[in-house]
Design a protein around this ligand. Structure first.
Ligand code: N01
Length: 529
């Protein structure tokens, strides 16, 4: 049994920075990582076309001025290999690997009330004890394999986008069936279509997607950002989404019809998430949202030549942005190819997977490779998968049966000295994730430092503060259109999962100000013993 001050679970962007920060406090820290390398979600999600939907120069660490000045991002939106190579660079640059145990999955963590220590067990049999436990397990790290009847009978290869073979996969001359049209499906479909003999896409819910207009970052733009990086990062920290793009400065309903079309077109031509974040009323007014949605539908109708396919691709059953917006490269154009077909499985649901394909109520489809782009058990899956036992042996997954509860999305009553990075109840997936990780890491480190300086042995969230926080998160979300879709934000994609809106919707800037005030005022809402 190895004794450490802190055990961090996960060596993605949150875990790496947590290690770096805790080392600076002089705390003996070990990171335990399931994969063979750093990078977290970017280590596993290697499907063709995987890339970030936040601009690279924003989706990157800001804690080191030298790092952000020296690193060169080749594209506006970085590809998965580029992000993974950045993660590896960071691990080497800050000499992180010597404190990371790879190829080791944490299976259980148990708090010993009398010793005030966590015992951490792993799949390899190695065990650790630590005073603090930091869960940096990610929001989108547990792939969701749907319960499709007959899946085990399929004779061909089954691939999940979030658990892609490290050696890649060659679709040349293959017939492919793909289920799922969220971000992973929308990014991979154009590339698979280019290689495969035939691709059949099975769509249950049409999604809204905005073009990325990806390309190399012009040198002038790069130097503008780099010469102004500090100010831009401050702007990101003071923003709703943790990004430095201008946001929320236009209200759709205040514009004339011509101005509105001009604004929508401008955002469409700029590409990416700002099509949503530019508009102050897009996620609160159904009327405004519908106008933004219809503009996207008309773009789809203009791009896709087959009017029937275009209508199937037009989302009509949920507000624009209520499921996470997708950012694509040639997604809708792909349906103009002769080797691509689209099946509406909402109208004609899948009955079963067969040996050579799948069967819906009305037809049989044949293919040799099945790609599941079916998403994740988001935000809580990686935490509830581990047997985390707090005070008196209580299980986290039992405590969260009716929905996750965490004060500030960081700390859980009955689980002292455990912190969750970008946990449910924090802005997390609604913000730029790397900035959200940095903010949490810095805040948690400050709290641990406070505990060390004051010889505290236990830090625990107060039950009433936690309940009040959970109520606030739910109430804020209920005032928006985010709750009007069956999204993974709500856990709706996992059968049996409690339907609770998990991210904090009031904005990254409001959230981080709240966290700062709590630290400044001596941590109200925490029991410091
Ligand atoms: O997963 P999803 P994802 N039968 O849950 C369908 C991030 N991400 O991996 O909507 C048929 O969004 C499901 O249909 P429906 C990003 O935050 C980021 O694509 O439930 N279909 C849906 O179409 C993103 O939002 C990037 O009706 C089934 C799809 O599978 C998040 O990860 C890239 C089904 C799942 O979509 C998740 O994205 C990739 C079934 N039984 C991912 N089960 C970046 O660019 C599921 N589906 C940073």
């Amino acid at each position: 049994m190895q004794d450490r001050d802190v055990i961090v679970v996960g060596a993605g962007f949150a875990g790496m920075y947590m290690l770096h920060t805790l080392r600076r406090l002089g705390l003996a820290t070990t990171v335990i990582e399931r994969g063979s390398g750093v990078g977290g979600t970017w280590y596993w999600n290697r499907y063709p076309g995987a890339r970030c939907d936040v601009e690279s120069m924003s989706y990157s660490y800001s804690f080191s001025e030298e790092l952000q000045q020296e690193w060169v991002w080749p594209h506006r939106y970085a590809t998965q290999p580029e992000i993974l190579s950045y993660a590896n660079h960071v691990a080497d640059r800050f000499d992180l690997r010597r404190d990371i145990v790879f190829d080791t999955a944490v299976t259980a963590a148990e708090y010993d009330d009398s010793e005030k220590r966590w015992t951490i067990s792993t799949g390899t049999g190695q065990a650790f004890r630590a005073r603090y436990l930091v869960m940096a397990t990610g929001c989108l790290s547990v792939p969701k394999v749907p319960d499709l009847p007959g899946l085990a009978n399929f004779n061909g290869r089954v691939l999940h986008t979030a658990d892609w073979p490290r050696e890649g996969y060659d679709f040349t001359d293959q017939t492919v069936g793909l289920i799922g049209t969220g971000s992973s499906g929308i990014q991979s479909i154009p590339l698979i279509a280019r290689q495969a003999k035939h691709l059949t896409v099975f769509q249950r819910t049409a999604n809204y997607s905005i073009p990325a207009w990806n390309g190399p970052i012009p040198e002038k733009r790069e130097s503008e950002i780099k010469s102004n990086y500090r100010a831009l990062r401050q702007k990101s920290r003071a923003s709703y989404a943790g990004d430095y793009a201008d946001e929320y400065y236009v209200s759709i309903l205040e514009l004339s019809s011509e101005e509105r079309t001009e604004q929508f077109e401008k955002r469409w031509q700029e590409g990416g998430f700002n099509y949503q974040y530019a508009f102050a009323d897009a996620m609160v007014s159904e009327q405004a949202n519908e106008l933004a949605a219809e503009f996207v539908r008309n773009k789809i109708r203009a791009i896709v030549k087959d009017p029937q396919a275009a209508e199937i691709l037009c989302p009509k059953d949920h507000p624009f942005g209520a499921k996470r917006l997708c950012v694509d490269t040639q997604y809708y154009e792909t349906y103009n190819r002769d080797n691509v077909s689209l099946v509406d499985i909402k109208a004609d649901p899948i009955i079963e997977i067969t040996e050579g394909g799948l069967r819906t109520g009305q037809a049989n489809y044949h293919f040799g490779v099945l790609v599941l782009a079916t998403g994740f058990d988001a935000m809580t899956g990686a935490l509830t998968k581990i047997d985390i036992r707090g005070r008196h042996g209580v299980l986290l997954r039992e405590r969260w049966r009716d929905g996750p509860r965490a004060y500030l999305g960081v700390a859980v009553t009955e689980f002292p000295n455990m912190f969750v990075i970008t946990g449910p109840g924090s802005p997390s997936v609604l913000a730029n994730m790397i900035l959200a990780c940095e903010q949490h890491v810095e805040w948690i480190a400050q709290l641990i430092e406070h505990a060390e300086e004051n010889a505290l042995t236990e830090v625990e969230a107060d039950r009433e503060a936690q309940e009040q926080w959970a109520r606030q998160v739910t109430e804020s979300a209920s005032k928006t259109l985010y709750v009007k879709a069956n999204s993974w934000y709500l856990g709706a994609n996992v059968p049996g999962k409690a339907r609770v809106f998990m991210p904090y919707v009031d904005g990254f800037q409001v959230y981080s100000r709240t966290c700062d005030a709590i630290a400044k005022n001596g941590y109200p809402g925490f029991h410091l013993r």
